[in-house]
Ligand binder design. Structure first.
Ligand SMILES: Nc1ncnc2c1ncn2[C@@H]1O[C@H](COP(=O)(O)OP(=O)(O)OP(=O)(O)O)[C@@H](O)[C@H]1O
Length: 245
């Protein structure tokens, strides 16, 4: 049974139909990437999974159970963490406080346990340990992105939803971030990764899907997608905001 299944998912913002029947699956232990141009519906797909945007038709199953009408905070407890585009860390809190907030959905936990889990995050993100007492606003873009991912992992997710983690980061930082995404999967967390940086996403993914204006057009392994003429023309080597014309 797949960890995550979307069947014919539709979603709208008022009369803007953002998703027009998305079907996809993510198996436990996979890194799956969702590629597509600006406005294709990638973020909306993640928001539908985490309960932030209503599904108007179709269904989403997690661990075989439907997520319909479950509130976002309960979806986190079921094991889905969503790291949204733009990071949204708390600028006035320290790095450590920001990380600890990620555990808050799990109820009251012994302080020692949370401290231990923060230490685990420092092993994955060594830079954050050094910056433990720094305030969120003082971090670079790459450090903020690492912090947002660490906070997401503190909910102990089975599935991590990452929305454009590479956005605005220098290439060397993007390399580090993607190495970290691999190590997160190595620890047993399944990853659904939304990216405009198709080359980078396909370098870590097991499979990928391409989304064009609310519809999935192609599914395949990285090798298949890298070889697909439509994908090549639209997303590979075409710059970050290449359109799918
Ligand atoms: N809050 C909103 N209100 C109205 N329309 C929205 C809203 N958010 C997204 N949309 C529209 O829904 C469609 C899908 O947007 P979505 O953000 O999911 O795309 P995306 O592929 O993630 O692109 P981007 O990389 O720009 O975030 C677009 O047409 C967009 O304009």
């Amino acid at each position: 049974m797949p960890l995550l299944e979307l069947h014919n998912v539709h979603s709208a913002y008022g009369n803007v139909q953002a998703l027009k029947g998305i079907s996809l699956h993510v198996e436990e232990g996979e890194i799956v990437t969702l590629l597509g141009a600006n406005g294709a519906g990638k973020s909306t797909t993640l928001r539908s999974i985490s309960g932030l945007t209503a599904v108007t038709e179709g269904e989403i199953l997690f661990d075989g159970k439907p997520l319909a009408r479950i509130k976002p905070e309960h979806i986190v407890r079921l094991g889905i963490a969503h790291v949204p585009e733009g990071r949204r860390i708390f600028p006035g809190l320290t790095v450590k406080e920001n990380i600890m907030i990620g555990a808050s959905g799990r109820g009251r936990l012994p302080r020692q346990q949370v401290e231990g889990e923060v230490e685990e995050m420092y092993q994955i993100f060594p830079d954050l340990q050094r910056l433990s007492d720094a305030l969120g606003w003082s971090l670079s873009g790459g450090q903020q992105q690492m912090l947002a991912v660490a906070r997401g992992l503190m909910s102990k997710p089975k599935l991590l939803l990452l929305d454009e983690p590479s956005l605005g980061l220098a290439p060397i930082i993007v390399q580090q971030l993607f190495a970290t995404i691999r190590s997160i999967r190595g620890r047993g967390t399944t990853v659904l990764l939304v990216e405009q940086n198709a080359n980078m996403a396909l370098s870590v993914a097991d499979r990928g899907y391409v989304l064009v204006t609310g519809n999935l057009t192609v599914e395949g392994t990285p090798a298949q997608l890298l070889d697909n003429e439509e994908v090549k023309a639209a997303y590979l080597g075409g710059g970050k905001h290449a359109e799918s014309a």
